[in-house]
Design a protein around this ligand. Structure first.
Ligand code: GLV
Ligand code: MN
Ligand code: MN
Length: 423
């Protein structure tokens, strides 16, 4: 094993975490699964090695903490307010190994580098338990719990096997009625800083290893259910059909047309058809829809257009359209002081002038969207090859991770200087 705190150590730990997968041939680790528990155990050991004491909170998020003087300290105990570094440990299906995990492991490496350095605040590292929403449709469950935004309406949301969120909590060994204990208080936090691969092509196109994030897109997710009539594929003339899948196909192409005319993004990522037989006209089609916009107003205006188009298509084709919103998160501006600290870190690590450091907004979602409710948020982006993510080909170069480690460490020290000056 490479020495802790090095870029090689970070790369190796991201490789290690691929073991904790529900599929032998691919990486998939969802909220409250046995693999989630195993990944938490592995990461906990690395946190201990880095000089942090650890605790799993009431929503399955893993926390590590040291006091301002560097002493390991149990998360959740009273003490100085903390600067939190971290990201998430859950994945999409057939995931890459860096989305989320890189940010957690990199944060542990930075904590290790700073273990003998007194800071004016406590330092914590978090591995959030559910950023992607792969299992229950609602994303950011871990960071919503940590930011005190848990909505009891979520308890009955079920996974693909019909297991509800409440049942999954109990199976994982968590008490649903204690979820409020995971909530952090604003007065106990100095800020939340996350390192993440960019998941897009901007840094690579600019020939830059790192950038700081200015804002995160607002998101909404829906399940659209189209109900027609299942009938014989041979015996039913076209004039008598109410084909749910053909209606869905029209809607999918219309969604793309509508979104392309805006600066928002819209994706239908999954379709389920019933009864799903070669010789039966589909009676039901269930689609997921993911919407993102730089502004919430832009995103919401696109949704109004999609909703109207969906109802028009349903009317034309004699089918019924029902809509359930499963997730909504506001667009989030990174705090000016956090942007400045990350930009300073990048300038110091790369030797670039502060003015030439690239700031970019994130169309991808992050735990900071939830943490913004309780503390200031900042993010460091790393270049990833071909901008690809949510795919096993996700790749980041060890050289870029080495620069990111320096930049992230410098960003923490820049925040420490600010904090001292403000006292
Ligand atoms: C998470 O990666 C998201 O942007 O959906
Ligand atoms: Mn992520
Ligand atoms: Mn992701």
């Amino acid at each position: 094993m490479s020495p802790i705190g090095t870029a090689e150590w970070v790369m190796e730990r991201c490789d290690d975490l691929t073991r904790h997968s529900s599929r032998p041939d691919a990486l998939e680790r969802v909220y409250l699964s046995p693999e989630h528990s195993a990944a938490n155990m592995a990461v906990r050991a690395w946190m201990l090695d880095a000089g942090l004491d650890t605790e799993t909170d009431a929503a399955g998020n893993l926390w590590g903490r040291r006091a301002a003087d560097g002493t390991p300290q149990r998360p959740g105990t009273a003490g100085e307010p903390a600067l939190v570094l971290g990201s998430h440990l859950d994945t999409v299906p057939d995931a890459g190994r860096y989305d989320g995990m890189l940010g957690v492991v990199l944060a542990i490496a930075v904590a290790h580098r700073l273990r003998d350095v007194p800071l004016p605040f406590a330092l914590e590292v978090v591995g959030f338990s559910d950023e992607e929403g792969t299992r229950f449709g609602k994303a950011l469950l871990g960071s919503c719990a940590a930011s005190g935004q848990w909505d009891p309406a979520w308890w009955d949301q079920a996974d693909a096997d019909g297991v509800t969120l409440r049942e999954a909590f109990l199976q994982f060994g968590l008490a649903p009625d204690r979820v409020g204990d995971a909530a952090r208080r604003p007065e106990d936090l100095v800020g939340y800083l996350e390192a993440h691969i960019e998941q897009g092509p901007v840094l690579e196109s600019a020939g830059l290893p790192l950038g700081y994030v200015t804002s995160i897109a607002g998101a909404r997710r829906f399940v659209l259910t189209i109900t027609g009539e299942a009938r014989h594929a041979g015996g039913t003339p076209f004039s008598r059909r109410r084909d749910a899948l053909v209606a869905a196909a029209h809607l999918v192409t219309r969604i793309e047309e509508l979104a392309k005319a805006t600066d928002c993004l819209a994706t239908v990522g999954d379709i389920r058809v019933e009864p799903g037989a070669v010789n039966v006209i589909p009676g039901l089609a269930e689609l997921t829809l993911d919407l993102r916009g730089r502004t919430d107003n832009g995103r919401d205006a696109l949704w109004e257009q999609i909703s109207a188009a969906g109802h028009d298509i349903a009317l034309e084709r004699g089918v019924k359209l029902e809509v359930v919103e499963t997730h909504r998160a506001p667009s989030t501006a990174c705090a000016a002081r956090m942007q400045a600290a990350v930009a300073t870190g990048i300038a110091e690590a790369t030797g670039a002038s502060l003015g030439s450091v690239l700031g970019l907004w994130s169309p991808a979602g992050h735990d900071g969207m939830a943490m913004d409710a309780v503390t200031d948020v900042g993010m460091l982006f790393l270049r990833c090859r071909d901008g690809i993510s949510h795919h096993p080909d996700e790749h980041v170069e060890a050289e870029d991770v080495a620069i990111a480690l320096d930049a992230f460490t410098e960003a923490v020290l820049a925040l420490a200087r600010d904090h001292e000056e403000a006292r």
